[in-house]
Write a protein that binds this ligand. Structure first.
Ligand code: ADP
Ligand code: MG
Length: 253
């Protein structure tokens, strides 16, 4: 998509769990080439929104459009194939397998898009080219030297980056990240931010769900703030940080 064109449009999304309204008529757009931060205190509904957008949970009401096409109700596998890739809040690696196997297998399981598609379209899966491409993805995120290490032996920050490498294997237009900085050390957070800026420069749009306000501040182009399931504020990071509703939500929680 052209820079600035809508990649993701969420329209009056609503999700209830029994009597609990986890997401209450929330709307927002994400434009091509931007990193949009979705922030809010614990329990605000961020992960639920994330799951609605990525096709993991069905909406109670509302719509999700991706690249101009209505996609709510479509399974996440199909969304991944269309260019919408996600990671999970808790790392889901295969800890006893090597870093490169995690990329190769993860990519294979995630759907047929990008270089994975090229490899799988061949009559037989050519392991050598699958691994060559997985290595290229690892180089892209700066984990090239760690390819043969056990995934479980990596520091947490590197495991998060490995998760992102797996998602990149599907050549996403939009990358959804749920709290990728949670639990990371300061330097790991900086490495992650540098990686995300680099991906943005390569044209990947990013929806970053984050609790940590400091992490998103220097990184995102725009912020949407949720509290108790509703969208309470939207705008430039500095303006949002000073908004009384946002301060109240973070301090009052
Ligand atoms: P956040 O990610 O912002 O911390 P969540 O989306 O995880 O918030 O949760 C929003 C609200 O919805 C919370 O009150 C949470 O307890 C509730 N919730 C989330 N998932 C479920 C579920 N599967 N069943 C019932 N309640 C849920
Ligand atoms: Mg969450």
């Amino acid at each position: 998509p052209a820079p600035g064109a809508p990649v993701l449009q969420v329209k009056a999304a609503r999700k209830t769990f029994g009597g609990l309204v986890a997401v209450n008529d929330v709307s927002f757009d994400l434009h091509a080439g931007e990193i949009l931060g979705l922030i809010g205190p614990n329990g605000a509904g961020k992960s639920t929104m994330f799951n609605l957008v990525s096709g993991v949970l069905p909406l109670t009401a509302g719509e999700v459009h991706f690249l101009g096409r209505r996609v709510d109700g479509r399974p996440s596998r199909e969304l991944a194939r269309a260019g919408l890739a996600r990671t999970f809040q808790h790392v889901r690696l295969l800890p006893q397998m090597s870093v490169i196997e995690n990329v190769a297998i993860g990519a294979h399981l995630r759907g047929q898009r990008g270089w994975v598609a090229g490899v799988l379209r061949a009559n037989r899966v050519e392991e050598a080219s699958l691994f060559a491409e997985a290595q290229a993805q690892l180089e892209r995120v700066g984990l090239g030297d760690a390819a043969l290490r056990e995934a479980g032996s990596l520091a947490l920050g590197q495991q998060r980056i490995l998760e992102i490498a797996r998602a990149l294997a599907c050549d996403p237009v939009l990358l959804l990240l749920d709290e990728p900085a949670a639990g990371l050390r300061h330097q790991e957070k900086q490495a992650l931010a540098t990686l995300l800026r680099g991906l943005r420069a390569q044209g990947v749009s990013i929806l970053l769900v984050e609790h940590d306000m400091d992490f998103v501040m220097g990184l995102v182009d725009r912020l949407v703030v949720m509290d108790f399931g509703t969208r309470i504020c939207e705008g430039q990071p500095e303006a949002v940080r000073q908004d009384p509703r946002v301060i109240e939500a973070y301090l009052g929680g």
